[in-house]
Design a protein around this ligand. Structure first.
Ligand SMILES: *[C@@H]1O[C@H](CO)[C@@H](O)[C@H](O)[C@H]1NC(C)=O
Ligand SMILES: *[C@@H]1O[C@H](CO)[C@@H](O)[C@H](O)[C@H]1NC(C)=O
Ligand SMILES: *[C@@H]1O[C@H](CO)[C@@H](O)[C@H](O)[C@H]1NC(C)=O
Ligand SMILES: *[C@@H]1O[C@H](CO)[C@@H](O)[C@H](O)[C@H]1NC(C)=O
Ligand SMILES: *[C@@H]1O[C@H](CO)[C@@H](O)[C@H](O)[C@H]1NC(C)=O
Length: 466
């Protein structure tokens, strides 16, 4: 019986070989490939023009590899349609995936489609994609607004999956708990969909995960503490969701984390001091969460921080001077909070800083930054909306061509004179663009009380716009 089968198989292979020159494909696999590609591409002549996609008429989106035991037998291992291809063939307006699409791709390692299902015709993921492709390592479906439905729990059958990247589609429903069984998974990107419900606790079992991106969905509930077990995690982006509750202290165990983005959620404070364990952290993006806390001390121990985004976090109290020790900082955003006290002059020692936004707070006192610093940052230095903040009248600030809207420091109480870094030019005259001629030559140090009354508290453009 077995012999008979073998003979039959052999004769089948021989038949195929006679079609193409040397190499051959399994007939089912061959037909399945032509069917699949035919259901996707607008050009209906493609399958006729490329009858042997693995051999005689190769196509850049298709890759084939020889069978382990038979070098002449070829298997489809990669199907890809994307803009990176040289003259990518466009998908048809009603491209589809039939329920049986993947039944004959036992060796498929990569399936990726970029911007293929563009029209809202409700293509969903066929079950065969999860039950019949045991070799699948990369499933990438990106920018397909016509791709909807749920992410099925059978996704966990893909035990070799390393990359599950499904951003910018129209998926609904919850993230299946079974996703925690994908032990080989390194990248999980479900961003820009309409996923709801909570982040499953089981996420913490995907021990090889290095990238986790669920941003721009409608996820609710708490951040699972189990995320702290993801020891390989380098990037976590959960921004633009409705997550609430506190940030679990376990997250401080993410020793390799480089990027943490929890912005635009409903997370509350306090932030755990354990986050001081994030020694590799470079990007801390938390803006627009109602933390309502003072600036946490643990930031001072994260020496690799390059970008801090804590705008709109309900921050209160002073800006601690330790920011000056975070030497890698390139951008610091603390705007739209309730910070008070003075602006630490020492921030101007941060030689890599190119962006500083402290606007819309309750900061007060004199701006003591060096002219060099003010000049370097230009418009990316924003101190507006702090009504008790004042700038020492100074031509050099003007020369720096910088927009620094702050009242001029007038009156004896505010002008403490000779602050470090501000180049004094004698008369300290400022030029103002406020109402043109009216205020020409208006402002000097030690100006009369009349001027003090007239201008204190009014935003004066200390230096002109470029
Ligand atoms: C935000 O979180 C608080 C509790 O921390 C909760 O009372 C409130 O309902 C949440 N708001 C939204 C819009 O989810
Ligand atoms: C945080 O402060 C804002 C504004 O003061 C307030 O509306 C909100 O209820 C506070 N949230 C929490 C969780 O304390
Ligand atoms: C300021 O922060 C609040 C939350 O604290 C947010 O609702 C608002 O949109 C923010 N404003 C700007 C201009 O970003
Ligand atoms: C800052 O605000 C707090 C109340 O939120 C107040 O107790 C403190 O005195 C203020 N500090 C300064 C320097 O104004
Ligand atoms: C600084 O923050 C404010 C308020 O959040 C925002 O309106 C402004 O555009 C920001 N400035 C810069 C230069 O990005």
């Amino acid at each position: 019986m077995a012999t008979l089968f073998f003979v039959l198989l052999l004769s089948l292979l021989t038949t195929c070989s006679s079609v193409s020159n040397e190499n051959s494909m399994n007939a089912d696999e061959h037909r399945a490939l032509l069917d699949l590609v035919g259901s996707l591409l607008a050009d209906s002549s493609w399958t006729e023009l490329h009858p042997q996609p693995c051999t005689d008429t190769p196509w850049p989106g298709i890759q084939c590899e020889s069978d382990i035991s038979d070098a002449d037998l070829l298997h489809v291992t990669s199907i890809h349609i994307g803009p990176d291809l040289l003259s990518p063939p466009p998908c048809k307006s009603f491209a589809s995936l039939s329920p049986a699409s993947f039944l004959h791709f036992p060796f498929l390692k990569t399936f990726s489609l970029f911007s293929c299902f563009l029209y809202p015709n409700s293509v969903s993921l066929p079950p065969s994609l999860f039950t019949s492709t045991p070799a699948l390592e990369r499933l990438v479906l990106n920018g397909n607004p016509g791709l909807s439905g749920e992410i099925p729990s059978s996704v966990s059958s893909l035990q070799r999956l390393r990359v599950l990247s499904l951003p910018q589609n129209n998926f609904h429903g919850v993230i299946p708990r079974e996703i925690g069984r994908l032990r080989a998974l390194q990248q999980l990107d479900l961003s820009y969909n309409h996923l709801s419900g909570e982040i499953p606790e089981e996420i913490g079992r995907i021990s090889s995960l290095s990238i986790l991106d669920f941003s721009s969905n409608q996820l609710r509930g708490k951040l699972p503490a189990s995320i702290g077990s993801l020891q390989s995690l380098e990037k976590i982006d959960l921004g633009f969701n409705h997550l609430s509750g506190r940030v679990p202290p376990e997250l401080g165990e993410l020793k390799k984390l480089v990027l943490l983005d929890f912005s635009h959620n409903n997370l509350s404070g306090p932030l755990p001091e354990e986050l001081s364990g994030l020694k590799q952290l470079q990007y801390l993006i938390m803006e627009n969460n109602p933390f309502n806390i003072s600036i946490p001390f643990f930031l001072s121990s994260l020496k690799k921080l390059t970008v801090i985004g804590l705008s709109g976090c309900g921050l209160m109290g002073p800006i601690p001077p330790y920011f000056a020790s975070l030497e890698s900082l390139t951008a610091l955003s603390l705007d739209n909070n309730s910070l008070n006290g003075t602006v630490p002059d020492s921030l101007d020692l941060l030689s890599n800083l190119g962006e500083l936004n402290l606007s819309q707070n309750q900061l007060s006192g004199e701006i003591g930054f060096s002219v060099e610093f003010v000049r370097r940052l230009g418009k990316r230095l924003d101190l507006r909306g702090n009504k008790d903040l004042c700038a020492k009248p100074n031509d050099k600030y003007e020369e720096a061509s910088v927009r620094l809207e702050a009242a001029a420091c007038l009156g004896p109480g505010i002008d403490n004179g000779g602050k470090r870094g501000v180049v004094e030019d004698g008369d300290g005259r400022i030029s103002s663009s406020l109402d043109g001629n009216e205020v020409e030559n208006c402002c000097y140090f030690g100006v009369s009380s009349l001027w003090t009354l007239g201008f204190q508290g009014i935003a004066i453009v200390v230096a002109l716009l470029v």
